[in-house]
Design a protein around this ligand. Structure first.
Ligand code: COA
Length: 261
């Protein structure tokens, strides 16, 4: 497995634990970390043995406290557009990844950190975690997909409020808004909870899981007819070996052994 400066990788069976590892800067996303993230996600796409991913932050304080503000002074009108497009592209790779990616939010998820968590398929947070889009404090707006994904997750009114006030919210409120799937009381419960959910998902037929991700993402793609995508995806599942195995296992009253074929 490749090694990186700002990201550490740990394999636990079929699950890859990806840890953003710049705790002295609250795991802020500098250009290098973003590029490393792109490579890691590409590896997840490419490696059959990886069936699920947990994304978390090093230390107990932050998941990711945003894009690295110290690099902002270099941005020009032209380079800032490229910067946003690059971040959007990497986060869209996460969102479209055929394998489930769970954000284990261990602390601050601010700006690009909240956007990163929202690009993941599910979010588990420790109770002390804080979420927010504080970009307006700097005179900018979310640029890595946050205006779109926050609105998708919490609805227009609350998304506008969070982005225009820059207010931070705690994990319980984030859960009540639909921004977070589950909240755990302590840091020690965070990764086990994420692992338990991934274990459940990765025991299902991988092609079916991939198709569910595609179909749900299609809801938000204005150029796509989600019902057509669903019918196509359903037929892709039906020609798979795993579909035959799933039905056979049901009639034989045993647990299905899916192969991802
Ligand atoms: N970019 C770069 N560095 C960051 C950072 C970011 N987004 N967020 C935190 N850091 C750095 C701080 O500069 C500090 O570095 P230093 O020790 O070399 O000075 C270190 O991380 C610790 O942060 P600090 O601010 O001292 O911690 P705190 O507990 O007082 O405050 C936060 C925590 C999260 C409230 C505060 O760091 C913050 O507001 N960060 C920026 C959040 C943000 O606006 N994100 C969106 C960016 S678009």
């Amino acid at each position: 497995m490749a090694t990186f400066e700002n990201i550490s990788l740990t394999r636990k069976g079929a699950v890859l634990l990806v840890t953003l590892n710049r705790p002295s800067k609250l795991n802020a996303l500098n250009m290098r970390t973003l590029e490393e993230m792109r490579q890691v996600i590409q590896q997840v796409y490419d490696e059959d043995a990886i069936r699920g991913v947990i994304l978390t932050g090093a230390g107990e304080k932050a998941f990711v406290a945003g894009a690295d503000i110290s690099e902002f002074s270099e941005l020009t009108e032209v380079s800032s557009r490229k910067f946003a497009e690059n971040g959007q592209e990497i986060f869209t790779m996460i969102e479209n990844c055929p394998k489930p990616i769970v954000a284990a939010v261990n602390g601050f998820a601010l700006g690009g950190g909240c956007e990163l968590a929202m690009a993941c398929h599910l979010r588990i947070a420790v109770q002390t975690a804080q979420f927010g889009q504080p970009e307006v404090n700097l005179g900018i707006i979310p640029g890595f997909g946050g205006t779109q994904r926050l609105t998708q997750l919490v609805g227009k009114g609350k998304a506008l409020e969070l982005m225009m006030t820059a207010d931070m919210i705690g994990a319980d409120e984030a859960k009540s808004l639909g921004l977070v799937n589950h909240v755990v009381a302590t840091q020690t419960e965070l990764l086990p909870k994420a692992e338990a959910i991934l274990q459940k998902i990765t025991s299902k037929a991988p092609i079916a899981i991939e198709m569910i991700i595609n179909c749900v993402n299609a809801v938000y793609n204005k150029d796509e007819n989600g019902y057509q995508t669903e019918a196509n995806s359903f037929s892709i599942c039906c020609k798979s070996e795993d579909f035959k195995e799933g039905v056979k296992a049901f009639t034989e009253k045993r647990k299905a052994a899916f192969q991802g074929k």
